[in-house]
Write a protein that binds this ligand. Structure first.
Ligand code: APR
Ligand code: PHB
Length: 382
């Protein structure tokens, strides 16, 4: 078996890359370890920067997103029992973001790939990457796939990263996790709410006009079964409390899961014919909503570089791929770390730490410059 570009992993990174290459007339094969249902139902984030929306539109994958996506013109920061709205278009020269779940992007891209694109093999696990050949296992049988290029889009737990010799790894773990829920209840606010409180962080987000997505900071290794529905709603109420008549709407909780928080970068993102994209190369804590957007941005950069190589024979863009991506990656790493440490409470937090957090939050609320810095990073740098 041979593909010009072998792609490992059918998350948003691998699927979008296959789509962009297909549109550019470059053939690829996507190998995905899990089955289709698993990949299409994994709950992940859902906040898309303008550049992410543009990329999906440009490759013809935004038909449903344009119908169902919810445009957001800002976020709300909540602290000291008060709310502060950040108006993104006013602070960034016109930029907005969109809420559309990552799982829905994956469903849209899988459908397009199966209808129009090259082979997308589910339940095919890559087990080794060599110079110009990849070994994978399907139905218990080992198979070989030859390639000109191979792209590791296999997420944080994938195998491709290990095929880059002498990689440098930068990493940080946080002493807290997120308990995320989906609830069949209309969002209680038009905007996302990022809440700082003495009891820890909470986030109000949404999936549709009838489905809310909410998160609570919890200790690492929390068992979701220790959090019956009433306990979750009571805790959310306490962390979102404000001195107005705003009320958090409750509804049936349909999903509950705990996710740890991590920052991680591996450098470089290329070795010879092997390229890494998305979570395979970097992880951010979800507070800045950057993970999906970084993955898409890598893929846009890589698809351009590959297309440049195949049309002109010039390796220039392939050679700069890693550096180009890493500049954006580190900006997002810093912003995600900033948002995370600004809003969460550490187990050993002192009153001094809390005062510093509140001082910075007031600064953002009071200064157009401080607010614009946050808004530009959040809505996405060009
Ligand atoms: N062989 C084949 N497929 C593999 C292998 C392997 N050895 N290892 C992992 N995979 C698959 C996983 O099953 C998964 O479907 O690679 C895919 C990686 O997808 P994602 O984890 O969604 O990663 P990515 O496409 O980079 O998307 C990044 O996901 O975690 C979020 O916040 C993150 O939103 C960001 C997005
Ligand atoms: C989500 O909607 O799941 C979401 C939104 C914003 C974040 C993280 C997650 O910062």
């Amino acid at each position: 078996m041979f593909a010009t570009v072998a792609i490992v992993g059918a998350g948003p990174a691998g699927l979008l890359l296959a789509r962009m290459l297909h549109n550019a007339g470059i053939d690829s094969i996507v190998l995905e370890h899990r089955d289709r249902a698993y990949v299409e139902h994994r709950q992940r984030a859902g906040m898309l920067e303008q550049g992410t929306v543009d990329a999906l539109r440009a490759c013809g994958a935004a038909e449903r997103l344009d119908r169902e996506g919810l445009v957001h013109h800002g976020i709300e920061l909540r602290f000291d029992r008060r709310s502060h709205h950040l108006d993104f278009p006013a602070l960034t020269g016109g930029r907005s973001v969109m809420i559309y779940a990552q799982t829905e992007i994956v469903k849209d891209l899988v459908a397009l790939q199966l209808a129009e694109g090259g082979p997308l093999l589910f339940e095919a696990e890559a087990i080794a990457i060599e110079d110009d050949t990849l070994t994978f296992v399907r139905d218990g049988v080992k198979e070989r796939l030859g390639f000109d290029f191979v792209v590791g889009c296999d997420g944080f737990h994938g195998i491709s990263r290990a095929a880059i010799p002498d990689a440098r790894v930068y990493e940080r773990e946080y002493p807290y996790s997120w308990l995320g829920i989906l609830a069949d209840v209309p969002p209680s606010c038009e905007e996302l709410i990022y809440a700082h409180s003495e009891r820890g962080f909470a986030l109000h987000s949404m999936r549709s006009p009838t489905v809310s997505r909410l998160y609570l900071q919890v200790p690492n290794d929390t068992d979701p079964d220790d959090w019956p529905d009433d306990r979750i709603w009571d805790e959310l109420d306490a962390r979102f409390a404000v001195d107005t008549d705003w009320k958090l709407m409750r509804g049936p909780i349909t999903q509950k899961a705990v996710t740890p928080m991590r920052s991680f970068v591996t450098e470089p993102m290329r070795h010879g014919r092997l390229f890494l994209a998305g979570d395979a190369a970097h992880i951010v804590p979800p507070t800045g909503a950057k993970g999906l957007n970084l993955a898409i941005s890598d893929v846009v950069t890589l698809a351009k570089a590959l297309q440049h190589w195949f049309t002109t024979g010039s390796p220039d863009l392939l050679n700069t791929y890693s550096d180009t991506c890493l500049r954006r990656v580190w900006r997002a790493e810093h912003f995600s770390y900033f948002m995370t440490t600004l809003l969460h409470r550490t187990p050993d937090q002192t009153p001094f730490d809390t005062r510093l957090q509140l001082s910075q939050l007031h600064r953002i609320a009071d200064s157009r410059h401080a607010a614009a810095e946050l808004a530009e990073n959040y809505a996405g740098l060009p």
